[in-house]
Write a protein of this length. Structure first.
Length: 335
């Protein structure tokens, strides 16, 4: 009999895809973990599922309950998918600067979407604070169980990658892995994966790839200094403070600051030469993989994360007028 598959069972167990051109360029074997093949087309499906499952175990969520979250979009999409499949509702608070594709996907899944102005975390009106307040208000109103997913502080986020993504990478490379690199949104991905891999083999090198405008490059490079400058058009990454999750990231060997102008050509090249369409955070990751390959030298095996699908950014990364406005060269086939 065939195994009973559900949309939830299809989360995770993504393939490792060899990135041909940068492997040739660096003399390393560089693989991308194809998280864009998850049902919600991003790595955040894993986080969403783990946060919901752990809340169910604690009985924090009961049938008909409500899940509230502040998100750049992908966590909200993952939460909506899992919530719909399990009989919960979702209320999502999102900064209005995030792509229209992510917002309309959330609406299409039936999530209640609350758009708020994009203001810094230090501002009380920042989407993460708004989400927390809404969750508190909802909790007062209902006895059905309200879950504030709280991905920046909820350590179940790390668990998704420590128990899932990390072991998958280890098994799929047969343990023959020299380096892992990725960027940071909440840090759940890098923390969970690096803590697992270092337990398996202390010699595996871990690197952070950070976009301009975020503070994690300096934090890991310069002994816990929080500082940033510039900006990036990438979405879903770029952390400016030390969270409970970042405090668990104790296995970082290298830290790279990646410029959008260096990173984006890699994803355009992957579209046209390898048929892989990704979002901007994957561009930062791939540029980070090239840096780590230079650091370790030829002959090494390196893994990074292909975080989400580029169809989520057609109106931005694949829109010539947006690119021109941002001073980014337009790929030749889009001109
Ligand atoms: N890339 C994208 C597109 C994302 O949405 C996120 C999560 N916000 C990340 C990367 C970073 O993942 P993490 O939160 O685990 O650091």
């Amino acid at each position: 009999m065939t195994k009973h598959r559900t949309i939830i069972s299809e989360i995770g167990n993504t393939p490792l895809i060899k990135l041909k051109k940068i492997s040739e360029l660096t003399g390393c074997d560089i693989y991308g973990k194809a998280e864009f093949l998850n049902p919600g087309q991003s790595i955040k499906d894993r986080t969403a599922l783990k946060i919901i499952e752990e809340a169910e175990l604690r009985k924090d969520l009961t049938k008909g309950g409500l899940i509230v979250e502040g998100t750049a979009g992908n966590t909200g999409i993952g939460l909506s998918i899992v919530a719909n499949a399990k009989g919960y509702k979702t209320k999502i608070i999102i900064p209005n600067t995030q792509s229209e594709e992510k917002k309309s996907t959330l609406r299409s899944y039936g999530a209640e979407l609350i758009e708020v102005p994009a203001v810094p975390f230090s501002d009380d009106k920042n989407y993460q604070h708004v989400a927390r307040r809404i969750a508190e208000e909802e909790t007062k109103k209902t006895n059905n169980g309200v879950l504030f997913a709280d991905q920046w502080n909820n350590l179940d986020n790390i668990k998704a990658h420590y128990e899932g993504t990390g072991p998958e990478i280890w098994n799929d490379t047969n343990g023959k892995l020299d380096g892992f690199v990725c960027s940071i949104g909440t840090g759940g991905t890098i923390t969970g994966i690096s803590n697992y891999l270092k337990e398996k083999n202390q010699n595996i090198k871990i690197a952070v790839a950070d976009p301009h405008g975020a503070s994690m490059y300096n934090y890991f490079k310069n002994n816990n200094v929080i500082a940033s400058s510039g900006n990036s058009i990438s979405e879903g990454i770029g952390l400016g403070r030390v969270t409970p999750i970042i405090k668990e990231a104790i296995n970082i060997d290298f830290s790279y600051l990646i410029d959008d102008h260096i990173a984006l050509p890699y994803i355009y090249d992957l579209v046209i030469n390898e048929g892989i369409m990704l979002g901007g955070s994957s561009a930062i990751n791939i540029a980070g993989a090239v840096e780590l390959a230079k650091e370790l030298g030829p002959g090494n095996t390196i893994v990074t994360i292909l975080c989400d699908n580029g169809n989520r950014y057609q109106s931005k990364l694949f829109n010539p007028s947006y690119l021109i406005e941002k001073g980014i060269s337009v790929p030749e086939w889009l001109t």
